[in-house]
Write a protein that binds this ligand. Structure first.
Ligand code: BGC
Length: 449
């Protein structure tokens, strides 16, 4: 018996996203997304890299499912590329796009792996951005229609759905600091994007439920904030409660509306929107990588990813180990996050992403000994167990990521995979962390060290 035993039925999985792994960017009628455009813009991604080929997963589905099968995963969280389904973001479905995911779902099911699709992991059809993107209401409406199309095709075989992945990133990195596609730097537009992403979630939830979906939810990446109380309160409001409160209570936090009045009057929130957003959430998806530290810093300028945050500064304590992303490692933040969400919202949760970037490649024997990643995973999976012991209702864990892939603005420079990808040959080599994870799954638990 491992020291830390997980509840029976706990789901173990791996996660990926369409643009990060699929490649085949112009095949079978796929239209361009904002990430194709962004990556083609000089200076936006590392060495100008893009997801044009990525892991060529589009042509290697069988091999990739076999990899997951050999690890023994229960579930696979992948995303559906909206521009494969509707190349321009509206109108009738592109049959070849739907067929691809239809086959994927059937193959996963045949392999005994529960498919859990995400409808939107950041690849907005470029045409919709040309019409204004997430800051405009039409995008939310189009998203609801897209959800209906996908639901009609797959909801007979898929019971658990995620609408959006990390709307914080889509809004604040896409329209706030411009580090992500579409690369705009307009705080008022970022706040409008927050609202229209949430509205899109609400519309998509209705559409999926109408199509017969059983569990529909959203994936958030809350910042587990630490530091000065006052700074933490606002950082939590603008980063987390701006999503939690409308989803669970049907309101936006008053302090965010007040402190962002110089950017927007929030008139994009129309009658009925909050009711559309505030629907039952069956299972909340949480992505966690590291905590966030903030402090009171009189005179500090407002952060582009936290509108209204003037007077608050980010910092990281000395002495913590860091991953290749330069992200500090502190697994206790994951326990704190799960316990907080349980106490404040009483909702069942699943860790939909957690993992670490390390460059480790094959050694002379062709083995990838990524011991740091094993240590990271061990500590964080133990942290999930700690949260369960404290009463949090956590239903599963999907590791980020199945394999090395296109890490957005960092291109192929950062490797998060349990499986190593040689991008010249597309060879896949399971790392030591894949073997470790296989053992965790087999035992439904692990030892703390
Ligand atoms: C995203 C992934 C990304 C990972 C590591 C998450 O924010 O959902 O797509 O690769 O973090 O940066």
């Amino acid at each position: 018996m491992p020291q830390l035993q997980f509840p029976e039925g706990f789901l173990w999985g791996t996660a990926t996203a369409s643009y990060q792994i699929e490649g085949a960017a112009t095949e079978d009628g796929r239209g361009p997304s904002i990430w194709d455009t962004f990556a083609a813009t000089p200076g936006k991604t590392w060495r100008g890299q893009s997801g044009r080929v990525a892991c060529d997963h589009y042509h290697r589905v069988d091999e990739d499912i076999a990899l997951m099968r050999s690890m023994g995963v229960d579930t696979y969280r992948f995303s559906i590329a909206w521009p494969r389904i509707q190349p321009d973001g509206s109108g009738p479905a592109n049959p070849a796009g739907l067929d691809f995911y239809d086959r994927l779902v059937d193959k996963l099911t045949a392999a005994g792996i529960k498919p859990m699709p995400t409808l939107y992991h950041w690849d907005l059809p470029q045409t919709l951005e040309d019409h204004g993107g997430w800051p405009v209401r039409e995008t939310a409406e189009r998203f609801g229609e897209y959800a209906a199309i996908v639901g009609a095709r797959l909801a007979d075989r898929v019971d658990t759905w995620w609408t959006l992945n990390e709307p914080w990133c889509s809004a604040y990195l896409g329209y706030g600091n411009g580090h992500h596609a579409p690369g705009r730097t307009e705080p008022g537009a970022a706040l409008a994007a927050v609202h229209h992403l949430l509205l899109g979630h609400g519309l998509a939830t209705k559409a999926l439920r109408a199509a017969g979906a059983e569990q529909v939810s959203i994936v958030l990446n809350p910042a587990q904030c630490r530091g000065d109380e006052e700074a933490v309160r606002y950082a939590d409001a603008v980063s987390n409660r701006v999503f939690f409160d409308p989803l669970f209570k049907g309101v936006y936090p008053a302090e965010v509306i007040e402190r962002t009045a110089h950017h927007t009057d929030w008139s994009f929130v129309q009658d009925g929107d909050l009711e559309t957003i505030n629907q039952p959430i069956d299972l909340l998806g949480l992505n966690y990588y590291n905590p966030t530290w903030v402090k009171n810093a009189p005179g500090a300028p407002e952060s582009a990813v936290a509108p209204g945050s003037g007077g608050i500064a980010n910092w990281t304590p000395e002495g913590l180990e860091r991953t290749d992303m330069d992200w500090p490692i502190d697994a206790s933040g994951l326990t704190d996050l799960l316990v907080r969400v349980h106490k404040d919202y009483g909702v069942a949760t699943m860790i939909t992403e957690n993992g670490a970037a390390y460059a480790t490649g094959p050694d002379a024997n062709g083995e990838v000994e990524d011991t740091e990643r094993v240590a990271y995973l061990r500590a964080h999976i133990a942290a999930v167990h700690d949260a369960i012991e404290e009463g949090a209702d956590v239903r599963g864990y999907t590791a980020w990521s199945l394999m090395d892939n296109f890490e957005w603005a960092f291109g192929y420079d950062k490797r998060f995979g349990l499986v190593y990808v040689d991008y010249t040959t597309q060879e896949r080599i399971p790392k030591a962390s894949a073997k470790f994870y296989t053992e965790v799954i087999a035992a439904n638990g692990l030892d703390r060290a």
